[in-house]
Design a protein around this ligand. Structure first.
Ligand code: S3P
Length: 449
């Protein structure tokens, strides 16, 4: 039951990323993936028309849109990144008539499992080879406590059938892993659960669900107590349609920011970058390494802080990265490892066990990819230690290809390594890039002109 229709076609698309001249001019990265998913889901639960602009039209978000349509909502594309969503109301999701094909998207899968868990419907979730290996036990556990039942896989991986419970039982849940997906799954289930559902976060993760739920009119409270975040949501919520402008994705901006720092002579502006503090860890770490990253025109877009980032070629120095920063840059470690491999001195990372269960095992895949390109990398159980070249370009690949394991962020990170290398880097498959950044190659060509 592994889905076959993701990543635009059945044949891998290799590409050689050659050393580049300086990156200059302005690039505007597409909309934030996390916020795009949530705009569609909450729009689909509000009664009336939600208008979204700047939506990321990547495969992951399109999988969410298709799933919400299958459960009764309307989701219409009315222009470039402009969508109109007509919701069914909290409690109004319909029984899907077909399996929900989640492609490569962990966020769609885990958040939609939360939504189905408290509706009286049953959903069958399938995904591609990467998603089918990722752990779902982390959402199965709390959602089962709320009354949902899960069938189909003894080891908690897709394909899985989720049978919702209505009415569900409100729970108080302390997150055992720092995961915004698990937090969001429980909060979304709580929307249609009588009483108050509580999530306790010992370590703060991205807070887009909380911001947006409040914006749609849910009764949601956040309290800080002894360093923990206690989030409550009142069930039986009535959500009101919104007009949402999605800011640019800092996780996509990261590739251009690191490329600008590494490629000699670069002076580049990356426009409209979301700088929510729960997402902006990479930019702070790169500054600490000596990177020139200036914030221009700081403003508010859709309730999120945003700025244009001016990035200049910089000499970087290795750092020890505090594991407490990990949630605020969790998707940016692959490209941070690329920056570290060309810094002076040693960069040490730890506490990154979560990277082993992303779209690929990002510690071992990046260790292999960067070592293959001539970097000095030691892999540990929970992080990488990287001895930088001191600004000298990586050798790149003589004859081998980077194995990306269906992971978009590995492909884009190694593309950046290729730009800053001597011989270029060949990536075995660029199709997965379309999950989060469909126009990556076009923007890269334009900036590197
Ligand atoms: C996401 C949360 C993060 C992140 C993922 C998107 C979200 O995952 O890695 O790309 O939108 O909630 P975890 O919450 O599992 O760390």
């Amino acid at each position: 039951m592994t889905s076959s229709n993701s990543h635009s076609g059945p044949t891998p698309r290799p590409h050689r990323f050659m050393p580049s001249g300086s990156l200059t001019g302005r690039v505007r990265v597409p909309g934030d993936k996390s916020i795009s998913h949530r705009s569609i889901m909450l729009g689909a639960l509000a009664i009336g028309k939600t208008k979204v602009t700047g939506l990321l039209e990547g495969e992951d978000v399109l999988a969410t849109a298709t799933a919400m349509r299958t459960m009764g909502a309307r989701a219409d594309r009315i222009g470039d990144g402009a969508w109109s969503i007509n919701g069914v109301g909290v409690g109004g999701l319909l029984q899907p008539g077909t399996a929900l094909d989640m492609g490569n998207s962990g966020t769609s899968t885990r958040l939609l499992m939360g939504l189905i868990a408290s509706h009286g419907i049953t959903g069958t979730f399938t995904g591609d080879a990467s998603l089918s290996q990722r752990p779902m036990g982390r959402v199965i556990e709390p959602l089962s406590r709320m009354g949902a039942q899960f069938h189909g896989s003894p080891d908690g991986t897709l394909p899985l059938v989720v049978e919702g419970m209505c009415p569900a039982v409100p729970i108080e849940y302390r997150l055992p892993v720092a995961s915004a997906q698990v937090k969001s799954a429980v909060l979304l289930a709580g929307l249609n659960t009588p009483g108050i559902t509580t999530v306790i976060e010992p370590v703060a993760t991205r807070d887009h669900s909380e911001r947006m739920l409040r914006g749609f009119g849910a009764e949601l409270n956040v309290e800080e107590l002894s360093g923990e975040r206690i989030i409550t949501v009142q069930g039986g919520a009535e959500l009101h349609p919104q007009t949402i402008e999605v800011p640019g994705d800092p996780s996509s901006a990261a590739f251009f920011v690191v490329a600008g720092l590494l490629v000699e002579g670069s002076d580049l502006v990356v426009e409209n970058v979301g700088l929510n503090p729960t997402r902006a860890g990479l930019f702070n770490v790169l500054r600490e390494m000596g990177g020139h990253i200036e914030e221009l025109n700081r403003r508010d877009v859709g309730g999120e802080p945003v700025a244009d980032l001016r990035v200049k070629y910089s000499a970087l120095t290795g750092v020890d990265i505090d594991p407490a920063l990990a949630p605020s840059m969790i998707d940016e470690f692959p490209v941070l490892f690329v920056a570290a491999s060309m810094a002076s001195g040693t960069t040490t990372t730890s506490g990154l066990d979560e990277l082993r269960v992303k779209e690929s095992d990002r510690l071992s895949v990046m260790a292999a990819a960067l070592s293959g390109a001539g970097a000095h990398v030691t892999e540990h159980e929970d992080g990488l230690v990287i001895e930088g070249t001191g600004g000298i370009p990586l050798r790149g690949f003589a004859n081998s290809r980077t194995k990306t394991h269906l992971d978009h962020r590995i492909a884009m990170s190694m593309a950046v390594a290729g730009l800053a290398s001597k011989d270029g880097v060949e990536v075995d498959d660029t199709r997965p890039i379309a999950t989060s950044f469909p126009n990556f190659m076009t923007l890269l060509d334009r900036a590197a002109d």
